[in-house]
Ligand binder design. Structure first.
Ligand code: MF3
Ligand code: CO
Length: 259
């Protein structure tokens, strides 16, 4: 069942999204060479608290960290720990915030200091593919219009989209209907998009093969060939006009701004 949010729920989603995007950007700016991923996760946890919000991931299906931190060949759901990030690494951060019962979910990939040209192109293409997908998230279109836009852009740039993990509806819980794949597949149900749907669009893009595996920790998803991966995500409101990005730091209410 796909939930249609009313104006009041959308207002709450907008606040949750603004906090999620603010924390995501703050955590990205915090990263420096030599830092452990645990230090990054702790910082994100402090910032979430500063906004009187909660991590939507911590405890979800027993997920043990505040945010997801995935380094280089790690695709998504990387766990924070003693690993030190180095100059040239690319780090995917995924931040989910719960505020007054609603969730904002967003992600980005950044380089630590700088990175090689292939990793830079991978990040640029993944981010641009997200915006291709968002542009297709209009009432009257179908989910597969989003999927096709992302896949087409990524594959035109000779990268591959991950199949095993997909975007999703989001609201009172992290994962609601519908699924938002980053690829099209014959016979797969593809619901019509309606105004008031709130969806997380999140291309996970690999430099090499599309295939992934899960590490023995039960969470960390890695590329099968060890080549790097990037991840960008926004929570988006479907409207009868232009889609609205809810995970937008500029929409944070001034009463919530904290130093
Ligand atoms: N944005 C990710 C997703 O949609 C985050 C989930 S991490 C989890 O799958 F811990 F919450 F599972
Ligand atoms: Co998500």
């Amino acid at each position: 069942m796909i939930k249609i949010k009313n104006d009041k729920e959308i207002a709450s989603m907008r606040i949750a999204g603004s906090v999620a995007n603010t924390v995501l950007k703050e955590a990205a700016a915090f990263i420096a060479p030599g830092m452990t991923t645990k230090e990054i996760d702790d910082y994100a946890g402090e910032r979430i608290k500063a906004y009187q919000a909660k991590s939507a991931f911590l405890g979800y299906r027993d997920y043990p960290c505040n945010i997801c931190i995935s380094v280089n060949e790690e695709v998504v759901h990387g766990l924070a720990g003693p690993r030190r990030v180095q100059f040239g690494d690319i780090i995917s951060l995924d931040v989910g915030i719960r505020y007054e019962g609603f969730i904002g979910d967003n992600a980005l990939t950044v380089a630590v200091g700088g990175c090689d040209p292939l990793s830079q192109k991978l990040m640029d293409v993944t981010e641009a593919s997200l915006y291709e997908g968002i542009a297709a998230a209009k009432a009257g279109n179908r989910v597969k219009d989003i999927s096709r836009a992302i896949q087409k852009y990524v594959e035109a740039n000779h990268f591959s989209v991950v199949r095993e993990f997909v975007g999703h509806g989001v609201g009172k819980t992290v994962h609601e209907d519908p699924q938002i794949p980053n690829f099209v597949e014959k016979g797969r149900p593809s619901p019509k998009l309606k105004a008031g749907m709130t969806i997380a669009i999140e291309p996970m893009v690999n430099a090499g093969v599309a295939q992934v595996k899960v590490l023995s920790d039960g969470w960390t998803v890695l590329t099968k060939d060890g080549k790097p991966s990037a991840h960008f995500e926004h929570t988006v409101l479907v409207t009868n006009g232009e889609p609205e990005i809810l995970t937008c730091s500029e929409k944070i209410p001034s009463s919530l701004k904290v130093s």
